[in-house]
Design a protein around this ligand. Structure first.
Ligand code: AGP
Length: 607
């Protein structure tokens, strides 16, 4: 996805735009650009690659003007290049866009028929061309933008700027988030409140189909039917402090280190005062009235769902079906009575997950979302939101959001067990007591960073890696492989340990590191057999286990990382740390960008 921003200010717009784009760069960083109006003239500066390249350009070729728009791109149509960088311009019109215009080819053909050609490979340019086409035919900017927006199919968050208009921004939202910021004699447009936090905490979130006509003193919003609507001005407190690296080299390192604190905060939000019970927000969930759970997510959020399946089924006896959002929505599964849908998403804006939620509407008895951004689209369309309180997560690779998702999911599974009479109040209190002690244990692991640096330097020499896990460790193996591949670019695959001999063992040789995630639990002996099968074929085993596991099976392994022994139910939250630390230090060893890995964006708001 991309980040967009607009400013109608009392000060030079360029530095404000660049500062806002810095806070949006986690959404995409293939190119960046701004446009401003100065004395009525529209000008642009654009640069390929990270935002710092645009900042460099602006030093040598500054842009004046107090009205402007900006964009940081994650390429969908057209390679990352200056030509394909936003803002796109056609005549008097400049526009920035987040999303995909699905009918852009038809619109191009229509424009070509009117003798209007295109210069780039992007769908977004078509929006500028169409608006200019209407202006050329005599329409004013507001009419031209309105007519253009009405022709668009697909997903978009747009912000228009017009030559000759230094007090007008036109913004529109369908399928991609967009917010309006209310300043003192200034107004702003942004993809989210994070971008606008240093400018204002007074935010209006546009709804699906909204168009906003913004001047420094006025804001008019029309709804999907074109009629004026009122949208609430909310106070959204996002501290600036939580969008810096706090002395760490990367946001990812900071967010890994924050986990003990934020998990404590999650527990503080969900546990009763005596710490022996669980309070879900709103009217909560009564699992004695739920026969089945459908859990849906993408990427790391999907692995959180897979983990929670074990908890809900083993602890509470609730049948759970887990699905990848992009598959679920097209499979169109039947959803019976007494079924609750649970969507897990850090950003709350992932297009596939939002579409899956909308498929469940009118079918599932209740739609619950486990979210890190309470004002997000998925949150707003859910019947019940269970916030994860992880704080802003900037690193593209999800870390603290994952462990906070797991914490909320475990609490929800324990509440389900209590609702269904599977565990007593005393059992629940004992489990919660163990969970309350987990942050301190996570801190112990974080003090042993050096061990992960050493193991990672060895891993960094490989082109491939396998991750193995059984039971609760199988989703963690999947997460570990995802972390490694998405930030170090090492091809990593994960398998349920028991699957190794059904084909993947053919991959084993002396060049193949195999990361085995296995606390000394009731499945450990089975996993030891898998490890022996690997080592018998020259494979290099990196065993991540507790002291008992190391004692029973550590002989002959290539590397060993020791974890504290904990209640088996808590191991997924604990073993997320080695998965994260191994990937992070491998990326550092390889010199890849841990925060902004190539080809990725923090949240994928396009299908
Ligand atoms: C996780 O490290 C990845 N960045 C990615 O898989 C992510 O988890 C996925 O895109 C889902 O995002 P969401 O949680 O915001 O919906």
């Amino acid at each position: 996805m991309c980040g967009i921003v607009g400013v109608l200010g009392d000060h030079e717009a360029a530095p404000i735009l660049v500062e806002a784009l810095k806070r949006l760069e986690y959404r995409g960083y293939d190119s960046a650009g701004i446009a401003t109006i100065n004395n009525g003239d529209l000008s642009r500066r654009r640069a390929v690659g990270k935002l710092v390249n645009l900042s460099d350009l602006l030093v040598h070729e500054p842009l004046a003007g107090k009205a402007g728009i900006g964009h940081t791109r994650w390429a969908t149509h057209g390679a990352p290049s200056v030509a394909n960088a936003h803002p796109h311009r056609a005549g008097r019109v400049a526009v920035v866009h987040n999303g995909i215009i699905e009918n852009y080819r038809d619109l191009r053909a229509e424009l070509t028929a009117h003798g209007v050609g295109h210069e780039t490979d992007t769908d977004s340019e078509t929006v500028a061309l169409m608006a200019q086409h209407y202006i050329s035919n005599g329409d004013n900017p507001r009419v031209a933008a309105t007519k253009t927006i009405a022709k668009l199919n697909g997903a978009y968050a747009l912000c228009f700027l017009f030559e000759g208009e230094d007090d007008l921004l036109i913004a529109a939202r369908k399928g991609s988030p967009l917010a309006i910021g209310h300043g003192e004699g200034e107004m702003y447009v942004g993809s989210d409140a994070i971008a606008l936090a240093p400018l204002t905490h007074r935010i209006t979130y546009l709804e699906e189909g909204d168009c906003a006509f913004v001047t420094r003193d006025t804001l008019e919003i029309t709804g999907v039917d074109g009629l004026l609507v009122n949208r609430e001005v909310k106070t959204v407190e996002i501290g600036d402090t939580r969008v810096d690296k706090a002395g760490h080299k990367h946001f990812m390192a900071k967010e890994i280190a924050e986990q003990p604190v934020v998990i404590s905060e999650v527990l503080g939000h969900y546990l009763t005062g005596d710490g022996a019970g669980i309070n879900l927000p709103g009217e909560g969930l009564d699992f004695s009235k739920i026969d089945r759970l459908i859990m849906i997510g993408c990427g790391t959020a999907y692995y959180a769902c897979l983990t929670a399946k074990y908890w809900f089924e083993q602890l509470a006896g609730v049948p759970v079906e887990v699905d990848i959002a992009s598959e679920f929505r097209y499979r169109e599964p039947p959803i019976g009575a007494r079924t609750t849908a649970l969507i897990v998403s850090q950003s709350g804006e992932t297009a596939d997950s939002l579409a899956a939620l909308r498929y469940c509407e009118g079918k599932a008895e209740k739609i619950v979302s486990i979210i890190n951004v309470p004002e997000s689209s998925i949150a707003r369309e859910s019947d019940l939101v269970l916030p994860i309180h992880a704080g802003v997560e900037i690193g593209v690779a999800s870390t603290k959001a994952f462990t906070c998702q797991l914490t909320v999911l475990l609490l929800t599974a324990l509440k389900a067990a209590r609702d269904r009479g599977v565990i007593s109040a005393e059992n629940l209190a004992d489990r919660l007591s163990s969970l309350r002690g987990l942050p301190a244990i996570l801190n112990q692991v974080l003090t042993r960073d050096a061990e992960y640096e050493t193991a990672a330097r060895l891993l960094a020499e490989s082109d491939n890696a396998l991750y193995l896990g059984r039971g609760l460790m199988y989703p963690l193996a999947l997460e570990g492989a995802l972390k490694l591949k998405e930030i170090s670019y090492i091809h990593a695959e994960a398998y349920a340990s028991g699957e190794l001999k059904h084909g993947p063992i053919a991959l084993i040789d002396k060049h193949m590191p195999v990361v085995v995630m296995a606390p000394r639990d009731q499945l450990f002996d089975k996993t030891v057999s898998n490890m022996q099968e690997v080592m018998a074929r020259g494979g290099k085993v990196m065993l991540i286990s507790d002291p008992a596991g190391a004692k029973d099976a550590g002989d002959g392994v290539w590397q060993h990382l020791t974890m504290p022994a904990v209640d088996p139910v808590l191991t997924p939250i604990l073993y997320a740390l080695p998965a994260q630390l191994l990937a992070y230090h491998t990326a550092i060893a390889k010199g890849t960008d841990a925060d902004q890995p190539r080809n990725l964006a923090k949240s994928v708001t396009v299908e």
